[in-house]
Design a protein around this ligand. Structure first.
Ligand code: HEM
Length: 130
């Protein structure tokens, strides 16, 4: 595989790298008080949330479409409508993901590129003011 064709999925280390990022993201959300606001929106058991984010990110990052194979079109914004997401929730989600990327040793340039893409999606998920 040449540098030019490597997807973010490849650069993160494929499925095991993406899984490890998702696990770190939810471990931080579960443990760190600054993410308590978005933690409270999630079910008590984060197992299903971990699997869904992992399946989704594999495809979103250019790898296999596990999420679409299971659930069809992600309709991500519609699926987030039951949860009140404003600027605070968006920023908590982003801070948690940036922390997970850093903890997993993702190189700065890749982490910055991914951060921009995550921000676009997280901002699009806002469904209430404030
Ligand atoms: C903006 C802040 C966000 C908040 C507060 C938030 C919160 C949530 C919550 C509470 C759930 C339900 C979890 C469950 O059913 O177990 C969920 C599901 C999900 N979220 Fe987010 N989320 C945010 C942003 C994002 C972003 C940026 C992505 C992708 C890059 C994403 C991807 C997903 C996926 C794939 C699911 C599973 C959807 C399903 O099949 O039901 N979320 N999110």
């Amino acid at each position: 595989m040449s540098e030019q064709t490597a997807t973010p999925f490849d650069l993160l280390g494929g499925e095991s790298g993406v899984r490890s990022l998702v696990d770190q993201f939810y471990d931080l959300m579960d443990l760190e008080p600054q993410y308590a606001g978005i933690r409270a929106l999630h079910p008590a058991d984060l197992g299903g949330s971990r699997d869904k984010l992992f399946w989704f990110l594999c495809g979103w990052l250019g790898g296999p479409n596990h999420y679409i194979e299971r659930f069809g079109h992600p309709m991500l914004r519609a699926r987030h409508l039951p949860y009140a997401i404003g600027i605070h929730e968006r920023d908590q989600w982003m801070a948690c993901m940036l922390s997970a990327l850093a903890d997993r040793g993702v190189p700065d340039d890749l982490a910055q590129r991914l951060g921009q893409s995550f921000f676009g999606t997280a901002d699009w998920m806002r469904n209430r003011g404030g």
